[in-house]
Design a protein around this ligand. Structure first.
Ligand SMILES: [Zn+2]
Length: 243
């Protein structure tokens, strides 16, 4: 492998592990309207602007850091409000025979700015033009302010068994029994798989088997039951006047 190729590989790996969670999907925006469900079917007392439903994506960027109590869980930081739910989720996986590794949690906007700038620099150092370096970075690394990791409500979690072998965040983990367990049981602990395979047009993010987002149990149940993305669910709540 040439030095140049090796450098590119290193950049890609680095981006994957620290900032790439949120690779933009290469699809045009969906114009499919979500069927508006009866208001009565929506979970009681839920509002689109509840703390656990905060929407952060490329169209809803955070302009400043969020202020919340941080808690260290394993080797990652999360919002203290989700600590017990996350512990329950991880313990249940353990009990079922699947150890789970928390790979990434809260990331500040300022940290993401560093990751973003480092990525551009690395691409430039590997011989890319400034424009190419910026384009590649935009494709693989979440823009500062647009990552759900800024909220402390999202974690990248992998089946330890799979992660020990591959040391990577990759969709091929979907065949791993432990990862399947995490994906199928997240809802019981108030989490959703945030970027499902068939919701790329709505989330504008490629399928990710590892990115779990806390939304609370009743919201998670509704989202999973009605097969919605978080964007679609919030849209429903807003249309129902629950905001
Ligand atoms: Zn993530």
């Amino acid at each position: 492998m040439t030095r140049k190729k090796w450098m590119m590989m290193a950049v890609m790996m680095c981006a994957l592990l620290i900032g790439a969670c949120g690779k933009k999907t290469d699809t045009t925006p969906s114009h499919k309207t979500v069927k508006v469900t009866q208001k009565s079917e929506l979970p009681k007392g839920v509002k689109a602007n509840d703390w656990n439903l905060i929407l952060v994506n490329s169209e809803h960027k955070l302009k400043q850091e969020l202020d919340f109590k941080q808690k260290i869980d394993g080797n990652v930081i999360v919002n203290s409000k989700i600590e017990s739910a996350l512990n329950d989720f991880v313990s249940a996986a353990n009990k079922a025979g699947y150890k789970a590794s928390l790979v990434s949690g809260y990331r500040s906007i300022s940290y993401q700015k560093e990751v973003y700038a480092d990525s551009i620099k690395s691409y430039e150092n590997s011989g890319k033009s400034v424009a190419e370096a910026k384009q590649l970075t935009k494709e693989y690394v979440a823009e500062p302010g647009s990552s759900e990791h800024h909220t402390g409500l999202a974690v990248d979690m992998m089946s330890s068994n799979w992660y020990a072998k591959h040391n990577d965040l990759d969709n091929s983990s979907e065949t791993d029994k432990g990862q399947k367990w995490l994906i199928n049981h997240a809802v019981n602990y108030g989490f959703i798989l945030r970027f499902p395979k068939d919701k790329e047009k709505s989330t504008k993010i490629d399928y990710e088997t590892w990115h779990f987002r806390y939304v609370g149990k009743s919201n998670a149940k509704y989202i999973v039951k009605h097969h919605l993305s978080l964007e679609e669910y919030i849209d429903l709540l807003n249309k129902a006047g629950k905001n």
